[in-house]
Ligand binder design. Structure first.
Ligand SMILES: Cc1ncc(COP(=O)(O)O)c(C=O)c1O
Length: 388
C-alpha cells in the first residue's frame, strides 16, 4: 500500500483525548480538557432550539447567516471599536479550529515561514506544516511568560508570511498587553507579514486585564485576522461555531478554503450564536467574573495542597508547578499518576511544545470552568493523596 500523508500520519492522538480516556477509565475528576460544566445562556440555547424547529434548516450562505455576520461586526464595534463590513469581512466557520485551518491553508504558500509562540494550542503546528509552512518557534518562559522581544524579532525575516498567536493564551493564561501587541504589529509591518490572532478567550479575562485585538492597532486593519468562538464566549464548546474577521481582500483566500472544507455551519447554531453576541454587557461581565471566582477557588485549593500556582490572567486554565509536592517524574508521569492514584486529571504542559522532550517538564494545567462541587472534589482528592 502507498503511504498516506507523512505529516498527518506521524501525529499521535492528542493529549486531551488520551488524558480524557484515562480519566474515564479511572472515574477521575477531569480537569484536563477545557469544557465548562455550565449549560450556557438559556436565551442562546432557546434561540437555536427554536430555529431548529421553525427555521430554514437547509444550506445557509457560504459566508454564514447574515444575522450572525452582522452580530460579529456589531460585537467587534462594541468591544474593540472596530468598523467591520459584515458582508465582505466576516466568515462563519465550524469552530475556531476550522477558522484556523482556513486561514493557514488560505494564506500559506509552501516554503513560507510562520512565526509561532510556544507553548501553543495543539492544532497550530500540524496545520502549518500540512500547508507547507516552515515554523519559526519562539518560546515564552515561565513563570512570567513575557514576550522575548529579541528572539521574536530574530524569528521574523522577509520570508515570514504570518505570525499566529493566541491572546488570552492557552495554556499559560497570559494576556498580551498593548506594548507587546505593538511590538508584534511593528514586526508585521516591517516584514510585510500578516498576524493571525486566535482570540477565542477574549471574554474569559480577569482582574484589571482587558482584551485588545491587534487588528485595532495602526496599520493592522489590513494585515490582521481575528478569530473568535461561540464555544468559549457562551460556554457551548460542542457547538463548534467560530468566526473570522479580516479585510475583504485577505478574506477571499480564507473563504475559498472554507468553501471547500465545510462550506457551512448548522444554521440553528449560527442563529443561537448571533443571539449570544447581542447579549448585553452584563452577560459578558458576569461570565468573566464567574470564571475569575472559579480560578480563585481552584488556585487557592491547589496552593493549599502544595502546588506552586502560576498567575492566570485569562482562559479556563491555571498552570501549576508540581515540584514542591516532591514529585520528580515528568509532567506526563505526573498527570497519569494523579489520574490513577488521586482520581484527578490534568494535562502536561509539555504537550503544548513542538518537542515535548525539550520543553519544561514540571508543569500541569488544570481547568477551572467547572461547578464548585467538581473543583472542591478535585481538591479534596488531591489533598488526601498528597497528605495535606
Ligand atoms: C486557543 C484555542 N484556539 C482554538 C480552540 C478551538 O476552538 P473551537 O472549539 O471553537 O474550535 C481552542 C479550544 O480549546 C483553544 O483553546
Amino acid at each position: 500500500m502507498k503511504s498516506a500523508n507523512s505529516t498527518m500520519s506521524s501525529l499521535g492522538t492528542t493529549v486531551f483525548e488520551v488524558m480524557s480516556a484515562l480519566a474515564r477509565e479511572h472515574s477521575s475528576v477531569n480537569l484536563g480538557q477545557g469544557f465548562p460544566d455550565d449549560k450556557g445562556p438559556e436565551a442562546v440555547r432557546a434561540a437555536a432550539a427554536d430555529y431548529l424547529l421553525t427555521g430554514h434548516n437547509q444550506y445557509p450562505p457560504m459566508m454564514g447567516l447574515p444575522e450572525l455576520r452582522q452580530a460579529v461586526a456589531e460585537h467587534a464595534k462594541r468591544f474593540q471599536g472596530l468598523d467591520i463590513d459584515w458582508q465582505t469581512e466576516v466568515l462563519v466557520t465550524s469552530g475556531a479550529t476550522e477558522a484556523l485551518g482556513d486561514c493557514l491553508f488560505g494564506l500559506i504558500e509552501p516554503g513560507d515561514e510562520v512565526v509561532l509562540i510556544e507553548p501553543l494550542y495543539d492544532s497550530y503546528l500540524p496545520i502549518v506544516r500540512r500547508a507547507g509552512g516552515v515554523p519559526k518557534l519562539v518560546r515564552l518562559e515561565p513563570p512570567g511568560w513575557s514576550l522575548p522581544r529579541q528572539q521574536l524579532a530574530a524569528a521574523f525575516s522577509d520570508r515570514t508570511k504570518l505570525i499566529l498567536f493566541n491572546t488570552p493564551m492557552n495554556p499559560c493564561s497570559k494576556v498580551f498587553d498593548r506594548a507587546e501587541l505593538e511590538f508584534i504589529a511593528d514586526l508585521c509591518r516591517r516584514h510585510d507579514a500578516y498576524a493571525v490572532c486566535d482570540e477565542v478567550y477574549e471574554h474569559i479575562i480577569f482582574d484589571a486585564h482587558r482584551h485588545l485585538s491587534i487588528m485595532g492597532l495602526p496599520g493592522m486593519r489590513e494585515r490582521a485576522v481575528r478569530i473568535g468562538s461561540a464555544g468559549k464566549s457562551f460556554s457551548l464548546t460542542g457547538w463548534k461555531v467560530g468566526y473570522v474577521t479580516a479585510n475583504a481582500e485577505l478574506m477571499k483566500p480564507i473563504a475559498k478554503t472554507h468553501q471547500f472544507m465545510t462550506f457551512t455551519t448548522p444554521p440553528n447554531l449560527q442563529w443561537g450564536a448571533a443571539t449570544g453576541l447581542r447579549l448585553d454587557d452584563d452577560y459578558f461581565d458576569t461570565l468573566a467574573a464567574d470564571m475569575q471566582r472559579k480560578r480563585d477557588r481552584l488556585a487557592e485549593g491547589l496552593s493549599a495542597v502544595g502546588f506552586d500556582v502560576l498567575p492566570a490572567h485569562g482562559t479556563y486554565f491555571v498552570t501549576t508547578d508540581f515540584r514542591p509536592l516532591g514529585f520528580n517524574g515528568t509532567d506526563e508521569d505526573f498527570c497519569r499518576h494523579i489520574t490513577v492514584k488521586a482520581g484527578v486529571t490534568a494535562v502536561p504542559v509539555s504537550a503544548f511544545y513542538d518537542e515535548p522532550h525539550a520543553a519544561p517538564r514540571h508543569f500541569a494545567r488544570f481547568c477551572f470552568c467547572k461547578h464548585d462541587a467538581t473543583l472542591d472534589s478535585a481538591i479534596d482528592r488531591l489533598s488526601q493523596h498528597f497528605g495535606r
